[in-house]
Each structure stands twice: as structure tokens, then as C-alpha cells.
Design a protein around this ligand. Structure first.
Ligand code: FE
Length: 172
């Protein structure tokens, strides 16, 4: 995926999907996230490729629910410490748009566009429901790396760098 579809798909950002996910994992590593959260960062957008609706369709106005598609796919091999921050990374954007002044202003244009498809900023009971998840904080950390990982000039390791980490986390 990193070498094929991910290396060519841009979804209206300045970096390919593969570069974006590698940069997200790199930021997680630099921020001393644990192995599970680094893996979640690396794989957070795989749902653009595994779901029944593609990432390209998301950019034409159909919510591809890539966070759920990705988390469900990853659950074949990984624990909830990996899958749930992935599942909640879109919710984390909606949460921080509602709770953090200035956050929405820093989103990329593509991310602002998809926000409208994904339900907009959270309201009412959604906020408390998000906060009550044991993975809420991890999801917000992942989201910040995600938002920052769209730099065409940023260096990041290759997928091979992360392979041993993934191998350690795969359930036997
Ligand atoms: Fe992302």
C-alpha cells in the first residue's frame, strides 16, 4: 500500500498519502509516543484504501468513513491501542474544532472540506461521549501529528524503519 496506491494518491494535499502517513509516524516517534500509538499514526489513513469507498470519492463529497474502515481492517492484527486512535482520528478533529479556539483555523483546506462531510464540529452529547473514551487523548495526539504531516519538504523514515515495530505489535 505504501509503495503502490499510497505513493500516488494525494487527496488534495501537498504530499502523497504514503508520505503523509510516514510523516505522521515520524512526528509520533519524535514526540515519544509508545509503539502502539506510533503504529496508529503510521496506519491511520489505511481506510482510504481498504474501505468500499475510496479516498478519491471522499474528495468528491462522499464520506468514506475511512477511520472506521481502517480500524476494522487493522483489528485483524492489532489491539485496541492501535485501532481505536485510528477509529477516533476524525472524531478528534471534530472534537478539537468544538473545544479548542484556533484549531480549525490551522486545518488544511482539504481537511476543512472533509470536516463538513464528517459532521462538522461536535455538539452536545457527542463531546461528553468522545471524552469518556479511554482512547480520546491518544486520538487527539494522533490528530495533531496528522494535521502537521502535510509538509512536502519534511523528511521522514521509510516504511522499512517502522516494520520491526509493527512486527512486535502483531497479535500472535
Ligand atoms: Fe491523515
Amino acid at each position: 500500500m505504501f509503495a503502490t496506491q499510497g505513493a500516488t494518491e494525494y487527496l488534495d494535499e501537498a504530499v502523497t498519502q504514503a508520505a503523509h502517513m510516514l510523516q505522521t509516524a515520524h512526528l509520533a516517534e519524535q514526540d515519544d509516543a509508545g509503539d502502539a500509538l506510533i503504529a496508529a499514526a503510521l496506519l491511520h489513513d489505511v481506510g482510504h484504501f481498504t474501505g468500499t469507498i475510496s479516498g478519491d470519492q471522499l474528495m468528491t463529497g462522499i464520506d468514506n468513513r475511512h477511520s472506521d474502515a481502517g480500524a476494522d481492517w487493522l483489528a485483524q492484527w492489532f489491539s485496541s491501542e492501535v485501532t481505536e486512535p485510528v477509529r477516533m482520528h476524525v472524531a478528534a478533529k471534530r472534537y478539537m474544532c468544538a473545544t479548542e479556539p484556533g484549531y480549525a483555523d490551522r486545518l488544511s483546506p482539504a481537511s476543512v472540506y472533509t470536516l463538513s462531510l464528517q459532521g462538522g464540529p461536535m455538539r452536545g452529547d457527542e463531546l461528553a461521549a468522545f471524552e469518556s473514551s479511554p482512547h480520546a487523548q491518544a486520538a487527539c495526539r494522533l490528530r495533531r501529528w496528522d494535521d502537521a504531516a502535510k509538509n512536502p519538504d519534511a523528511a521522514a523514515p521509510t516504511f522499512e524503519h517502522f516494520r520491526p515495530l509493527l512486527a512486535r505489535l502483531v497479535r500472535g
